[in-house]
Design a protein around this ligand. Sequence first.
Ligand SMILES: Cc1cc2nc3c(=O)[nH]c(=O)nc-3n(C[C@H](O)[C@H](O)[C@H](O)COP(=O)(O)OP(=O)(O)OC[C@H]3O[C@@H](n4cnc5c(N)ncnc54)[C@H](O)[C@@H]3O)c2cc1C
Length: 446
Amino acid sequence: MVRMMEYQNADVVIVGTGASGLFAALHLPEYMNIIMITKTTVEESDSFLAQGGICVLKDEEDYESFMDDTMKAGHYENRKESVDIMIRSSRGVIEELIGYGVRFAMKNGHLDYTREGCHSKPRILFHEDITGKEITSHLLAAVKKLPNVTLMEHTTMVDIIEEENRCKGILTVRENQLCAIYAKNTILASGGIGGLYEHSTNYAHLTGDALAISLRHGVQLENIDYIQIHPTTLFSTKKGRRFLISESVRGEGAKLYGADGKRFANEVLPRDILTKKIHEQMEKDQKPYVWLDMTGLGKDVIFHHFPHIYETCLNEGYDVTKEWIPVVPAQHYFMGGIHVDSVSKTSMEHLYAVGETSCNGVHGANRLASNSLLESLVFGKRAAADIIQEETRQNQNSKNSLDIEKDNFKNLAEQAALYYNKNKNDLIQEYKMSVLDEIERERKAR
Ligand SMILES: Cc1cc2nc3c(=O)[nH]c(=O)nc-3n(C[C@H](O)[C@H](O)[C@H](O)COP(=O)(O)OP(=O)(O)OC[C@H]3O[C@@H](n4cnc5c(N)ncnc54)[C@H](O)[C@@H]3O)c2cc1C
């Protein structure tokens, strides 16, 4: 039984505590009251799982090549303006991360760069094979120090509260208690859709709720059938999240073999093409996996660059320094999402979307490896900057509209709660199906 409603107020409510949501919060001013919610704990986001690294514009000479690699991987369906923004902002973002205490691998006193599939040059910064954890834990620690941010765990957004295409906040559920959060601005930073699939590298609670809610409220989506399958995850017959064998393993020289012990593909092909080749080989071999050989990397590289992969595989019974491991493609990343412009605004007023849940066009039809953490940070920061700018503009133009808005908010929140209470038994399933149906519809229409 869901209990009666509570009310809260915020200047900004952020749905999601991954890299995109945290970075947005860090760029909002301290005079703004911010509420951040997350479905489970603050450590359980895909941002913590990122292994390979984060791209950066190495030097001015790398600009054209970085742009070409991103566009080529995206089948030239990327929005060039967004790619340009991401590349141009990258060095500044990395400097900020270092300022928060993030440690990247160094060589001879300089940042060290690695390479992954489809990158024509090494331009990826990394921290062992746990780059996401290194970045996100430092951002989280910085957010926790902010007096104006309230972090709410085990709190699920079940609806947005809107009137005439203007977002006024969200409806949440926590321990069977409904809560309506009024917010001048709402940022959806709710990650990907891996939880909709049986085999995925994502956390299972990432089920595309923000997309389902957007669909219900007529918020524009884009390219939602563009889903990236990662070519190499550790094969397992167990249920649950698949363990990723990072692309940088192949970038550093690991090789793929079929059942006959022969190589069948160039290991650094774009993810979608390599996935196709692996599926073809699996079909030919009549096996649910192909083999990946990391032994050639040598113990030194494996222990220093890939200690987490080494440990996890060892726990699953494979010593990657000595033997091949079975790998299989799995759902990994979502290029499409809630359509946003270059400052992360959706088609609904006062509603922003950032990170994997959004589509700002950076990735086109296929993401270039290690561009997503960067894209999440760059466009999370831009959402914050736009909120500040809009707030300044509105303060100059209008006075006292807030109280009127808040009165009406209660009515709207009650309507949203009514809908939730009526449908709550089927709502989660309904949300999941609506996203999967829309993906299928878009795929067929293409
Ligand atoms: C195994 C793995 C390895 C990866 N490696 C790399 C890499 O090397 N480099 C790279 O650039 N990218 C990598 N990625 C991709 C990258 O990690 C993600 O795209 C990025 O971190 C997404 O960040 P985000 O903030 O958008 O979402 P997330 O970090 O996934 O956070 C989503 C948040 O939304 C919350 N949420 C969702 N729905 C609701 C709801 N209804 N109510 C409340 N909260 C909700 C979740 O609880 C969570 O806090 C990897 C991904 C995976 C899974």
